[in-house]
Write a protein that binds this ligand. Structure first.
Ligand SMILES: [Zn+2]
Length: 392
């Protein structure tokens, strides 16, 4: 099919995410909505565009968003430090996946690349494909990079500062792209679009601690995302050193690895606790054991530690409610996700510190987005497949 200049412009805007609904496209191109409507209909009919999410937040007509259809095999990996997951997608269809693969502590690029190759090969084996079949890969790491900067930074994997994208591409044998979004939060908000929620904060405790947030502009139907580094608020200037270089950040106190370090040190100094049995396992196991001991109430060391942890989390929640005021706060990461007794306890504690907290509707929820859907969103964001390659 021959593509006109206007059609190419529409594909470009949608493909880069600058404008994904008809109203956004009309504003970006400065043309009347019926013109855009015609172009979008034609592109959709010829299979170059498909329907993406629908926003129903605004009274009146829901806003339909579109995405560019791309062909090829894309690998998506989410690697957060102590564990990761991966999916292989061909033309948007899942071919093989790894739900979770634990990783030993990774202190340098070589160890990270070894792990990434291992999870790549495991996912490809599920899909019965070889590395040479891959058109590209999208990696979501516990790192960030400012829009105009080339350098990564991360408090969880500080060594990534010296690393270039090219080194990942060379090691994985295909073009690697990095997901610079604030993790799940945008996708989770999209998944909740039907419920007219317009602002969501993701409070996450895992290998790091963060409070990313996203909001939907109801007039434009577009999302904004913000990286919330609540984990780097200093709570104790004399506390342990954080990966960011400061001393006593919340992350250096409450993250999985930080918790493990504390338990290790306390056990060595002679403290009696059942947590000693899981101190050498993954930080996720440590959190699960901590929650179980807290519920049982039989281990005074664990109970005190859990209550302190929940106090900190309640402080985070009240801070988020007082300053940002989202409709929902999502509890994610292995330190919080799915821990129902802790969710209730945090709400209880946060009431005391939140404005009108005694009567406020404090909504703490776990993520609804499935791991596989998140990986699919990552794969979809791969820009390496040229638009004109679609339809052969
Ligand atoms: Zn820090």
């Amino acid at each position: 099919m021959k593509i006109s200049i206007n059609e190419r412009a529409v594909l470009q805007l949608i493909g880069t995410g600058q404008a994904t609904s008809q109203i956004q496209l009309a504003r970006a191109l400065q043309v009347r909505p019926p013109t855009v409507h015609g172009i979008v209909k034609r592109l959709e009919k010829s299979g170059l565009l498909t329907r993406d999410r629908t926003d129903r937040g605004k009274p009146g007509r829901p806003i339909q968003h579109f995405q560019v259809k791309r062909q090829g095999v894309v690998l998506a990996i989410e690697w957060l430090g102590s564990h990761g997951s991966a999916g292989v997608f061909r033309d948007d269809q899942l071919q093989g996946s790894i739900q979770r693969m634990d990783s030993p502590p990774v202190n340098n690029l070589d160890a990270a690349l070894r792990y990434l190759r291992k999870i790549r090969d495991a996912a490809l084996a599920q899909a019965r494909l070889a590395p040479s079949d891959l058109a590209g890969a999208v990696l979501s790491l516990n790192a960030l990079r400012a829009a105009r900067e080339r350098v990564f930074s991360s408090s969880v994997i500080p060594w990534i500062r010296q690393v270039s994208e090219q080194q990942f591409s060379d090691a994985l044998g295909c073009e690697c792209q990095f997901d610079l979004r604030a993790g799940w939060v945008v996708h989770e908000l999209r998944a909740r679009a039907a419920e007219k929620e317009s602002c969501l904060v993701d409070l996450s405790v895992g290998d790091g601690v963060s409070a990313h947030w996203s909001s939907v502009d109801l007039q434009w139907g577009s999302e904004r995302q913000y990286r919330g580094e609540l984990g780097h608020v200093v709570i104790d200037p004399k506390g342990p050193i954080c990966g960011c270089g400061h001393r006593g950040c919340l992350e250096a106190w409450a993250s999985g690895p930080a918790l493990r370090k504390r338990v290790d040190a306390d056990v060595k100094s002679g403290i009696q606790t059942a947590l000693a049995q899981v101190a050498d396992q993954s930080p996720r196991e440590l959190f699960s054991q901590l929650e179980a001991l807290h519920l049982a109430g039989t281990d005074s060391y664990a109970s005190t530690m859990a209550e302190e942890f929940l106090d900190r989390m309640a402080w985070c929640v009240s801070w988020i409610l007082n300053v940002i005021g989202p409709e929902v706060i999502m509890l994610s990461g292995y330190g919080l996700e799915g821990r129902e007794s802790w969710r209730q306890r945090i709400i209880q504690k946060a009431r005391a510190w939140t404005l009108y907290g005694e009567t406020a509707d404090i909504r703490l929820e776990f993520p609804r987005l499935k791991q596989q859907d998140y990986l699919r969103e990552l794969a979809r964001s791969f820009k390496g497949l040229p638009i004109h390659a679609v339809n052969g």
